[in-house]
Write a protein that binds this ligand. Structure first.
Ligand SMILES: NC(=O)c1ccc[n+]([C@@H]2O[C@H](COP(=O)([O-])OP(=O)(O)OC[C@H]3O[C@@H](n4cnc5c(N)ncnc54)[C@H](OP(=O)(O)O)[C@@H]3O)[C@@H](O)[C@H]2O)c1
Length: 258
């Protein structure tokens, strides 16, 4: 980072691996105190061991009361939060075949309601102080319904909608809200994927782009541009054209398909 970062007290959820971990290391290296959360205490402690400015705060973001208590403890320990990056998330492929409500519920619980749990505590604190920055991690998968993402894409579309809903309201009260929409990033989450991932980006590079976008107080931070452009174009296609595109290019071909 070639610029001085504007935060001294930061909280990042989902920071035991992948994107959250890399963002935490970058922000701590630039001088901020960073509380990092995830469920797995051991992996979190591993990351925290990399810098004295990192503090592990184990948390399951689906636990509403524990989330409120974690925010309280973090602010008491390292001062009012300047920046909270709500990044914890889960991905489970699911299509029409094998559709199940349990997977849908899990995805919504972590990817959407986990953010709501944190926002419930962060919003009154930050608006009360008239300053602060909250970043919601969604995905380009939230732009349009994607095959095999029947649990994931709706949860990320909900996050994008939530961000659009809250941003102008919070801005009036001195609080910045950003939404982060990554394309494919090389992390433990995508390591399980058995399909081509165009423009796959290293997690360190994704973290640099996120930190840079947040420092500029951008509303949307989305990358890589090629995938973002393709999926934003897909968003404005009429349904027949989009479904033809999805069937032709986004779905594995099965025996008997024409
Ligand atoms: N990688 C990509 O291509 C990509 C693309 C678009 C968007 N994203 C989004 O970016 C975010 C980070 O993903 P990643 O790729 O870095 O994946 P990752 O390496 O699997 O990281 C996910 C993080 O979330 C934590 N987590 C999961 N469930 C949790 C819960 N209930 N409570 C607290 N923490 C929880 C995990 O730790 P524990 O398991 O220890 O709790 C881990 O630290 C996610 O929101 C993901 O949807 C990723």
């Amino acid at each position: 980072m070639d610029r001085l970062l504007p935060w001294s007290s930061v909280w990042i959820t989902g920071a035991s691996s992948g994107i959250g971990r890399e963002v935490a290391l970058l922000v701590a290296a630039a001088g901020a105190r960073v509380a990092i959360s995830a469920r797995s205490g051991d992996r979190l402690a591993d990351v925290a061991g990399r810098s004295e400015r990192l503090t592990a705060v184990p948390l399951d973001v689906t636990d509403r009361a524990a989330t409120a208590a974690a925010v309280d403890a973090i602010e008491r320990a390292q001062g009012p939060l300047d920046l909270a990056i709500l990044n914890a998330g889960v991905w489970q492929p699911m299509g029409a075949r094998g559709f199940d409500a349990e997977t849908s519920a899990r995805s919504m619980e972590v990817n959407y309601l986990g953010l709501a749990n944190a926002l419930e505590t962060l919003i009154p604190r930050m608006t009360g102080r008239g300053r602060g920055h909250i970043a919601l991690v969604a995905s380009v998968a939230g732009y349009r319904g994607l095959p095999q993402a029947a649990a994931y894409a709706p949860s990320k579309a909900a996050v994008i909608s939530l961000a659009e809903t809250l941003a102008p309201d919070l801005a009036r009260q001195g609080v910045t809200l950003s939404v982060i929409n990554p394309g494919f990033v090389d992390t433990p989450m995508t390591a399980v994927n058995r399909f081509p991932m165009p423009f796959l980006m290293p997690a360190e590079e994704a973290a640099r782009r996120i930190v840079d976008g947040l420092a500029r107080k951008k509303f949307e931070i989305a990358f890589p541009w090629q995938l973002v452009a393709m999926l934003k174009l897909a968003r404005v296609l009429p349904y027949p054209a989009y479904f033809w595109f999805a069937r032709s290019f986004l779905m594995p071909r099965r025996k008997g398909d024409g």
